[in-house]
Design a protein around this ligand. Structure first.
Ligand SMILES: NC(=O)c1ccc[n+]([C@@H]2O[C@H](COP(=O)([O-])OP(=O)(O)OC[C@H]3O[C@@H](n4cnc5c(N)ncnc54)[C@H](OP(=O)(O)O)[C@@H]3O)[C@@H](O)[C@H]2O)c1
Length: 430
């Protein structure tokens, strides 16, 4: 079925529309009945799009979906870190208005590649923010790590409809981001497959009847490995995810299960849930992405092939749906769905993230900062695999739970968390 951008948009009658998250201040059940989605598709026109992090794993899959329906989307800005070559190719293919590379050293290559195309080129961090500030109906936030915070906030502050892949921004600056969403009337649509599954499972609108949600986890490459094997794991082994093909940072987070810890915090923020109402289940087949338990005993789940194009397309077309070429789920071929409790001894990152969420304040900011530094140190072979969670734990114990109420406090804590992790890594590595 073709996505039809010409149809009028309306929420299901008498129910909360399959509503995007527009404010943490609105806990589950508190959203107004029949409210119109603020990020609704404009009728009869091509949707204007900006992609932040267009050259990465999520970014390139977003570009593929945009290219599959050129009449439905018009690209305003594409933003990458330093890969000027791919960025220029994407900008030309999609006839973007502006292409921006964050690394100033990559600007000349971008400018030269786009010479004569009529596409504007820019470089440097300020240009990234300006691109995010440009008017666009829908913005993909797919820069990795806390580096995505400022541009994502810039898009939110103009009241944009934002497809949020960049979970670290929400973990690092949850309250600040959600206050900005509420103030600007922006709309956050969860791109992470688990959160997108919860969002879709809440589509009947009965948010007040939710008992708990379940985020599933593939278990990563070390699901069945011994602690000894994990202690000796190389970056190559940790990067080899059995199900998903993703960028390096999230692949390592999946191997330590810190990814699920970050997702736990992300879910609490997005859906206004207490930590105790969010469960994690290891599900190696990655067919069920998330489940919602309601107080009448019903369980709603979203299923699909493990393919990020499905949740990306869901947010891109929301509140309608667009066709994708994703492999259709064949349950007979899958044959068995397995589930298990996560092992918190071999995967302490999940416990550490849960404790940081319970502690609140700036603990998640510190957790995210220390984790980014520790993942980088592991990829550079400066520390072992198990030292990633060990570093994060030590940094959190050292820094406690300071406040993170303002953006300045968040930025200060992020930097303190990074410095503290850098300072203890040599001792951990010794
Ligand atoms: N991959 C997945 O399947 C998946 C699933 C769910 C959620 N996510 C989340 O989505 C985000 C992106 O993940 P990914 O796997 O797509 O990462 P990735 O492959 O590493 O891509 C990161 C993107 O961000 C760009 N970038 C890096 N630093 C930047 C900066 N300072 N300013 C502007 N752009 C910058 C990169 O540009 P260059 O290529 O030029 O360096 C690239 O386009 C992460 O937060 C991740 O947790 C990913």
């Amino acid at each position: 079925m073709e996505m039809n951008l010409g149809e009028p948009v309306s929420g299901p009658s008498g129910a909360i529309p399959s509503r995007a998250i527009s404010s943490k201040a609105m806990p589950l059940g508190a959203m107004p009945l029949g409210a119109m989605p603020s990020g609704a598709v404009p009728s009869g026109t091509a949707r204007t799009i900006t992609v932040l992090g267009c050259t990465g794993s999520v970014g390139t899959q977003t570009i593929e979906l945009l290219a599959s329906q050129p009449d439905a989307f018009r690209v305003r800005a594409l933003v990458a870190g330093r890969n000027a070559k791919l960025l220029a190719e994407q900008a030309v293919a999609l006839r973007a208005e502006l292409a921006v590379v964050a690394d100033p050293a990559a600007y000349a290559a971008l400018r030269d590649a786009l010479a004569g195309t009529g596409i504007e080129a820019a470089g440097g961090p300020a240009a990234v923010i300006q691109a995010a500030e440009m008017d666009a109906d829908w913005t993909m936030a797919a820069i990795t790590g806390a580096a995505g915070l400022a541009p994502t906030l810039a898009a939110i502050r103009r009241g944009a409809c934002v497809g949020l892949a960049n979970k670290e921004a929400l973990v690092c600056a949850g309250d600040v981001m959600l206050r900005a969403v509420a103030m600007a009337g922006a709309t956050l649509l969860p791109v992470d497959s688990e959160h997108n599954a919860i969002f879709q499972s809440l589509a009947d609108g009965n948010r007040g009847a939710v008992e708990k949600i379940v985020l599933t986890a593939s278990g990563g490459p070390f699901r069945t490995a011994s602690l000894d094997d994990m202690a000796a794991a190389t970056p190559e082994a940790a990067l080899k995810h059995p199900v998903w093909s993703m960028g390096a940072k999230i692949s390592i987070d999946s191997a330590t299960m810190m990814n699920k810890g970050l997702e736990l915090i992300e879910a609490a923020r997005l859906f206004g849930l207490d930590e105790a109402a969010i469960e994690v289940l290891v599900h190696p087949q990655s067919v069920i992405h998330g489940m919602v338990y309601f107080h009448d005993g019903s369980v709603m789940a979203q299923l699909g092939s493990p393919d990020m194009r499905i949740p990306i397309a869901h947010t891109l077309a929301w509140p309608q749906r667009m066709e994708t070429l994703s492999r259709r789920l064949d349950l007979a071929a899958v044959s068995r769905l397995e589930f298990a409790e996560p092992d918190l001894i071999r995967f302490p990152a999940l416990r550490i993230a849960r404790e940081a969420l319970q502690a609140g304040g700036g603990a998640p900011t510190i957790l995210n900062a220390a984790n980014e530094v520790a993942v980088e140190a592991f990829l550079q072979r400066r520390i072992g695999f198990l030292d990633i969670a060990g570093t994060v734990d030590q940094v959190l114990q050292r820094l406690g739970t300071p406040k993170a109420d303002s953006l300045d406090e968040v930025i200060g804590l992020d930097s303190l968390g990074r410095r503290t992790a850098q300072a203890i890594i040599p001792a951990i590595a010794a």
